[in-house]
Design a protein around this ligand. Sequence first.
Ligand SMILES: [Cu+2]
Length: 146
Amino acid sequence: MKTIQSRGMLILVLTIVGALMLTACGGGNSSGSNQAETVNLTLTEFKIDADKTSFKVGQPYHFVINNKGALAHSFFIMPVATGAMTDQQAKSTAMAGLTSDQLPAGSTQTLDYTFKDSDTSQQLEFACHVAGHYEGGMHTPITVSK
Ligand SMILES: [Cu+2]
Protein backbone atom coordinates (compact mmCIF):
# COMPACT_ATOMS: atom_id res chain seq x y z
CA MET A 1 0.00 0.00 0.00
CA LYS A 2 2.77 2.40 0.97
CA THR A 3 4.72 1.64 -2.24
CA ILE A 4 1.70 2.35 -4.39
CA GLN A 5 1.20 5.67 -2.61
CA SER A 6 4.81 6.79 -3.08
CA ARG A 7 4.76 5.69 -6.70
CA GLY A 8 1.63 7.79 -7.17
CA MET A 9 3.39 10.72 -5.47
CA LEU A 10 6.45 10.28 -7.71
CA ILE A 11 4.29 10.37 -10.85
CA LEU A 12 2.54 13.49 -9.56
CA VAL A 13 5.89 15.21 -8.87
CA LEU A 14 7.23 14.24 -12.31
CA THR A 15 4.06 15.57 -13.92
CA ILE A 16 4.43 18.92 -12.13
CA VAL A 17 8.14 19.16 -13.01
CA GLY A 18 7.34 18.33 -16.64
CA ALA A 19 4.63 20.97 -16.77
CA LEU A 20 6.98 23.58 -15.30
CA MET A 21 9.66 22.73 -17.87
CA LEU A 22 7.17 23.07 -20.72
CA THR A 23 6.08 26.46 -19.37
CA ALA A 24 9.70 27.60 -19.11
CA CYS A 25 10.44 26.58 -22.70
CA GLY A 26 7.23 27.93 -24.18
CA GLY A 27 7.13 31.31 -22.55
CA GLY A 28 10.75 32.01 -21.73
CA ASN A 29 11.99 33.66 -24.91
CA SER A 30 13.00 36.86 -23.17
CA SER A 31 16.76 36.71 -22.81
CA GLY A 32 17.93 35.18 -26.11
CA SER A 33 20.35 37.54 -27.85
CA ASN A 34 19.16 36.38 -31.27
CA GLN A 35 15.63 37.54 -30.60
CA ALA A 36 14.63 39.95 -33.40
CA GLU A 37 14.53 43.58 -32.33
CA THR A 38 11.74 45.71 -33.77
CA VAL A 39 12.66 49.01 -35.44
CA ASN A 40 9.85 51.41 -36.33
CA LEU A 41 10.16 53.69 -39.34
CA THR A 42 7.88 56.40 -40.65
CA LEU A 43 8.02 57.61 -44.23
CA THR A 44 6.55 61.00 -45.14
CA GLU A 45 7.25 63.69 -47.79
CA PHE A 46 10.22 63.76 -47.79
CA LYS A 47 11.66 62.24 -44.69
CA ILE A 48 12.54 58.86 -43.16
CA ASP A 49 12.17 58.83 -39.39
CA ALA A 50 13.64 55.81 -37.61
CA ASP A 51 13.51 55.05 -33.90
CA LYS A 52 16.95 53.48 -34.25
CA THR A 53 19.92 54.28 -36.53
CA SER A 54 22.76 52.31 -34.85
CA PHE A 55 22.82 48.59 -35.45
CA LYS A 56 24.84 45.52 -34.45
CA VAL A 57 26.18 42.82 -36.76
CA GLY A 58 24.45 39.49 -36.18
CA GLN A 59 21.42 40.91 -34.37
CA PRO A 60 18.23 40.21 -36.33
CA TYR A 61 16.09 43.31 -36.87
CA HIS A 62 12.42 43.42 -37.68
CA PHE A 63 11.75 46.68 -39.52
CA VAL A 64 8.18 47.97 -39.44
CA ILE A 65 7.81 50.58 -42.16
CA ASN A 66 4.82 52.93 -42.01
CA ASN A 67 4.15 55.02 -45.08
CA LYS A 68 2.29 57.91 -43.49
CA GLY A 69 2.70 60.09 -46.54
CA ALA A 70 0.33 60.93 -49.36
CA LEU A 71 2.57 59.30 -51.98
CA ALA A 72 4.05 55.86 -52.55
CA HIS A 73 7.58 55.55 -51.20
CA SER A 74 10.34 52.97 -51.37
CA PHE A 75 12.60 51.87 -48.53
CA PHE A 76 16.10 50.53 -48.93
CA ILE A 77 18.94 49.62 -46.60
CA MET A 78 21.93 50.33 -48.82
CA PRO A 79 25.31 52.01 -49.34
CA VAL A 80 25.08 55.82 -49.54
CA ALA A 81 24.02 56.72 -53.08
CA THR A 82 26.41 58.67 -55.26
CA GLY A 83 23.63 60.09 -57.40
CA ALA A 84 20.02 59.76 -58.43
CA MET A 85 18.84 56.29 -59.32
CA THR A 86 15.60 54.47 -59.89
CA ASP A 87 13.88 52.10 -57.46
CA GLN A 88 15.01 49.17 -59.59
CA GLN A 89 18.65 50.35 -59.57
CA ALA A 90 18.44 50.86 -55.81
CA LYS A 91 16.99 47.38 -55.38
CA SER A 92 19.97 45.84 -57.14
CA THR A 93 22.52 47.53 -54.84
CA ALA A 94 20.54 47.37 -51.59
CA MET A 95 21.06 44.79 -48.84
CA ALA A 96 17.31 44.74 -48.36
CA GLY A 97 14.34 46.86 -49.28
CA LEU A 98 10.88 47.44 -50.61
CA THR A 99 10.04 49.13 -53.89
CA SER A 100 7.39 51.84 -54.15
CA ASP A 101 4.79 49.42 -55.55
CA GLN A 102 5.10 47.56 -52.23
CA LEU A 103 4.67 50.72 -50.14
CA PRO A 104 1.64 52.67 -51.35
CA ALA A 105 0.43 55.69 -49.34
CA GLY A 106 -0.97 54.65 -45.97
CA SER A 107 0.49 51.13 -46.02
CA THR A 108 2.62 49.35 -43.46
CA GLN A 109 5.13 46.67 -44.44
CA THR A 110 7.71 44.67 -42.55
CA LEU A 111 11.21 43.67 -43.50
CA ASP A 112 13.63 41.41 -41.64
CA TYR A 113 17.35 41.95 -41.96
CA THR A 114 20.47 40.93 -40.05
CA PHE A 115 23.56 43.06 -40.75
CA LYS A 116 26.69 41.17 -41.82
CA ASP A 117 30.38 41.77 -41.09
CA SER A 118 30.81 43.20 -44.59
CA ASP A 119 28.14 45.83 -43.86
CA THR A 120 30.56 47.61 -41.47
CA SER A 121 33.04 48.45 -44.25
CA GLN A 122 30.89 51.07 -45.94
CA GLN A 123 28.61 53.99 -45.01
CA LEU A 124 25.01 52.83 -45.17
CA GLU A 125 21.70 54.65 -45.18
CA PHE A 126 17.96 54.18 -45.28
CA ALA A 127 16.74 55.65 -48.55
CA CYS A 128 13.74 56.19 -50.78
CA HIS A 129 14.46 56.26 -54.49
CA VAL A 130 11.16 57.31 -55.99
CA ALA A 131 12.10 60.01 -58.55
CA GLY A 132 12.92 63.26 -56.73
CA HIS A 133 12.44 61.89 -53.21
CA TYR A 134 16.08 61.14 -52.39
CA GLU A 135 17.05 64.65 -53.48
CA GLY A 136 14.12 65.94 -51.44
CA GLY A 137 15.62 64.54 -48.24
CA MET A 138 14.42 60.95 -48.03
CA HIS A 139 17.59 59.38 -46.71
CA THR A 140 18.93 58.79 -43.21
CA PRO A 141 22.49 57.66 -42.44
CA ILE A 142 22.88 54.57 -40.25
CA THR A 143 25.84 52.97 -38.49
CA VAL A 144 26.60 49.28 -38.17
CA SER A 145 29.14 47.97 -35.67
CA LYS A 146 30.35 44.58 -34.44
CU1 LIG B 1 9.80 58.66 -51.09
